[in-house]
Design a protein around this ligand. Structure first.
Ligand code: ADP
Ligand code: ADP
Length: 232
């Protein structure tokens, strides 16, 4: 089963001399329950691909789907609903609300959607995030790595079809970065989460089931790895 797919996706920004072709016919499917890392040099189109897949940006040609839903052509209201109900996001800058506790931040997507947490699910997410009594702290009282783990838990809490993480370790030292990558990896192993991880971080490949390399708007290479989970 495919959680997200891009079919012959082209993305052109601007026009005339200012025109930039950011994606040049990208075909890729992200299988359910896998962590895929999208790597490549700066400007190769990684963020653009993620934004197109997540319905944050329109495609110039081709189409994208999330699960069975064709994203291309959805109304703005449809896109908002898709992002709210079926996609989780993790950003480089954590983007936590400073006046809420860690726990309130994690529960925010459910509050916005007017849903109650499934207790068992919520408790496994909380156990995986591993913050203990710091759950009642505000973001400013947490380390960068802890804040990003809170942001990851927030992205997972509504059980989205796909989590898109854009440079989640970009602002972290390598040890905190490894904790965040480990958390994402655990959510794939324990919950069958599907994750698309856009990253420069050379350590990220070791946590991924599959690595896709972009260069100049095209997929130029792909690597599947037997992760320790897959072997078990
Ligand atoms: P990456 O994430 O791999 O660094 P991006 O997807 O951000 O690459 O960018 C791909 C190309 O598209 C780059 O040349 C970038 O400058 C250009 N680009 C990205 N977003 C925009 C935009 N909103 N307007 C114009 N050009 C853009
Ligand atoms: P990232 O670190 O994720 O590659 P960037 O710093 O390249 O992000 O870009 C930040 C934001 O600016 C993104 O939303 C991207 O789409 C937009 N952007 C990137 N390049 C350009 C550009 N040349 N012109 C306008 N917007 C751009």
């Amino acid at each position: 089963p495919v959680a997200a797919r891009a079919t012959d996706v082209w993305k052109v920004y601007g026009a005339g001399e200012a025109q930039v072709v950011a994606l040049r016919g990208v075909d890729v499917a992200f299988e359910r329950g896998q962590l895929t890392a999208v790597m490549g040099p700066s400007g190769s189109g990684k963020s653009t691909l993620m934004h197109c897949l997540a319905g944050l940006d329109s495609v110039t040609r081709g189409h994208v789907q999330i699960g069975d839903t064709r994203v291309t052509g959805l109304s703005d209201a449809g896109l908002t609903r898709l992002r709210r109900d079926r996609i989780g996001f993790v950003f480089q800058q954590f983007n936590l609300l400073p006046t809420l506790t860690a726990e309130e931040n994690i529960l925010l997507p459910l509050a916005i959607a007017g849903r109650k947490p499934d207790k068992q699910w919520y408790e496994s997410v909380i156990a995986t995030v591993g913050l203990g009594d710091r759950l009642r702290h505000r973001p400013s009282q947490l380390s960068g790595g802890q804040q990003q783990r809170v942001a990851c838990a927030r992205a997972l809490v509504a059980r989205p079809q796909v989590v898109f993480a854009d440079e989640p370790t970009g602002n972290l030292d390598s040890r905190s970065g490894a904790e965040v990558l480990g958390f994402l990896r655990d959510s794939v192993r324990d919950f069958g989460q599907t994750i698309v991880l856009v990253t420069h971080d050379p350590n990220a490949a070791g946590y991924a089931d599959r690595v896709i390399f972009l260069a100049d708007g095209r997929i130029v290479d792909e690597m599947r790895q037997p992760t320790s989970d897959a072997v078990l």
